[in-house]
Design a protein around this ligand. Structure first.
Ligand SMILES: Cc1cc2nc3c(=O)[nH]c(=O)nc-3n(C[C@H](O)[C@H](O)[C@H](O)COP(=O)(O)OP(=O)(O)OC[C@H]3O[C@@H](n4cnc5c(N)ncnc54)[C@H](O)[C@@H]3O)c2cc1C
Length: 545
């Protein structure tokens, strides 16, 4: 049963709700803070939302001008100055209302009820990794595959110059990074030509698609020359709470760029969702919280410096499975039975242990089912067991893998100490000497900045071909998503290799062969692409190329 509204009430409601009769409706043309405050009232009121709006919100002036938009929204004409003034008063009242609710209810869920889209442009790759840390937000970032970094914007290549650098060191930084971008720019046409020879166009591909794919391959290959200071554009969509957490972390960050960016973000977010961000810079709230974050980080680094030996760099596999549960597969079988039985959790584990291999496989086969798309993922039973991988991969691959949010991932400081990775095409195109010269200059600059006591700033200078160490700990369900997505043929070769190794380690090292077997979905277009690539490779071999 939904509420009945009088004709006057319907007129008042219609600009703000996508329908007035059904139990499901969307809220439109309302400030985020009003939508948040309305939802928050659900907690303590028996009334429906539309009734709450009429009784408690509409007459307080919290809604923008009532004649705008209409059901379903749409683009409204620009507001008049009276409407603008009304809107401002309404917003101020809503802010006040929301603020009281936020503090009275004292509930974090209230801070999750409003969101904002925020564009963050010109952020270094070190900063984008900080921006994309939070799990509960969505991000979209400029691609190094589709956007070439060979152009000058306002006479400068697109990289960040850290405010911490001064004098000669700053001059050297600019000279070195300019030279790194020059190399990238000069090698781009050479690589395109080389790759066109290696992957000739077939008749089915249009000229434009072919040109795009060669350019993408060339950009993928040269990405390693770009320094971590390279700037990027990121779009973020998040709730007030996600932004609050992000800003608290950013304000505690050792890099000037990150802290300065936090100030810019706070100022802009306060223009759209101010009530959600009231606490960020209050001395006894957000500031104390940020201090806690930076103090614990510094203290842990101090203790670690005392306790840890300064180990020489020893060769290490790109991916190491450092932790897993030998009984993980049996536990997933037990968990698969849980929701369709009445038995307690531990009893089901006993049962699963006693099943034969074939019986366990039958449970998993039923649970995984027939997947016709990689997005058809089995359920939460796959979250019963986890894998922890230590990865030593080039920064470019790290940059991509760090985007996965449903796992735990932390990284170490980027430096040249773990060496670098060079794509095969660089040697094939005979530009390896120039590649190495650029990387050596990047490493020398890193060392000079670190020697000047600016260890946190030095990573800006490091080319993305250098390796960084990070761990990824994930349950089997996320492993399935990540491995299937990141091993697909259209992915970057660097992370494809990592995903394939993870898959092999789950099967062979953890011995979870049945789980690994479930993680092999490839959709038909992907299979077709693989086959096409294989056919072309065979053709090239036959032609002696
Ligand atoms: C070939 C290729 C090209 C790409 N190009 C670009 C690019 O140009 N720009 C770019 O920014 N990224 C790009 N990406 C990265 C991609 O868009 C995702 O950011 C990345 O795959 C990680 O996010 P995810 O949702 O897949 O996985 P995870 O973050 O690991 O999440 C796993 C699953 O959890 C759920 N989930 C996670 N977070 C949320 C959330 N906030 N809300 C709702 N559901 C959630 C989703 O179901 C998701 O599939 C590319 C990836 C590939 C493979």
């Amino acid at each position: 049963m939904t509420d009945q509204f009088s004709p006057e009430e319907r007129a008042a409601l219609s600009p703000y709700f996508t329908n007035l009769d059904g139990p499901v409706f969307a809220l439109v043309n309302l400030p985020e803070v009003v939508k948040g405050a309305l939802f928050a009232r659900y907690s303590r009121s028996p009334k429906s939302l539309r009734r709450l709006f009429l009784d408690e919100f509409l007459n307080t002036g919290v809604a923008p001008h009532a004649n705008r938009g209409g059901v379903g929204g749409g683009i409204s004409p620009p507001p008049t100055s009276t409407e603008e003034a009304e809107r401002e008063t309404g917003r101020a009242r809503a802010e006040d209302l929301y603020g009281r609710m936020f503090f009275e209810y004292g509930d974090d869920s209230v801070a999750q009820l409003g969101g904002a889209h925020l564009a963050c442009e010109g952020a270094s790759n070190l900063l984008t990794k900080v921006l994309e840390w939070g799990r509960l937000a969505a991000y979209l970032e400029q691609s190094t595959r589709y956007v070439p970094y060979d152009d000058l914007v306002g006479g400068h290549y697109r990289y960040h110059v850290p405010g911490e650098l001064e004098g000669d060191l700053r001059d050297r930084y600019v000279r070195t990074l300019d030279a790194m971008f020059d190399t990238y720019r000069e090698l781009l046409p050479i690589l395109r030509e080389h790759l066109s020879g290696r992957f000739p166009k077939n008749q089915q591909t249009s000229d434009a698609a072919y040109r795009m794919s060669i350019r993408a391959k060339a950009l993928d290959t040269l990405r390693g020359l770009l320094p971590a200071a390279t700037t990027s554009n990121v779009g973020i969509y998040g709730t007030g709470q996600a932004y609050e957490n992000l800003l608290l972390r950013m304000r505690a960050h050792p890099l000037l760029e990150v802290r300065a960016y936090a100030d810019l973000m706070l100022a802009e977010l306060r223009k759209v969702i101010p009530a959600f961000l009231r606490r960020v810079d209050l001395p006894d709230r957000g500031t104390a919280w940020s201090s806690y974050l930076s103090e614990t980080r510094q203290e842990t680094a101090r203790v670690a410096a005392e306790l840890l030996p300064d180990d020489a760099v020893v060769p290490r596999d790109e991916v190491t499975l450092t932790d897993f549960d030998p009984e993980g597969e049996v536990k997933v079988v037990a968990a698969a039975l849980y929701a369709v039985s009445d038995a307690p959790d531990d009893r089901l584990l006993d049962v699963a242990r006693k099943l034969t291999e074939d019986e366990r496989r039958a449970v998993l086969a039923a649970y995984v089912g027939r997947r016709t798309n990689r997005r058809h993922r089995p359920g939460r039973a796959f979250e019963r067991t986890s894998y922890r991988f230590d990865v030593l991969a080039d920064y470019g691959a790290f940059r991509d893998l760090q985007r996965h949010r449903l796992l735990t991932l932390e990284w170490q400081r980027l430096s040249p100490r773990h060496g670098s990775v060079m794509p095969e095409a660089i040697a094939e195109a005979r530009v390896d000497a120039r590649w190495h010269r650029s990387l050596d200059a990047s490493a020398a600059l890193h060392d000079a900045i670190a020697a000047a006591g600016l260890a946190e700033v030095a990573p800006y200078a490091v080319a993305m071909a250098y390796r960084v160490r990070f761990y990824m700990e994930m349950n089997a369900r996320e492993a399935m998503h990540l491995i299937e997505l990141r091993s697909a043929p259209q992915g970057h070769p660097a992370y494809r290799r990592i995903a394939q190794t993870m898959h092999r380690l789950i099967a062979e090292r953890a011995g979870h062969r049945a789980l690994a077997a479930a993680m092999t979905f490839a959709d038909h277009s992907e299979v077709a692409l693989e086959r096409l690539e294989a056919e072309r490779a065979a053709e090239r071999r036959r032609g002696g190329r």
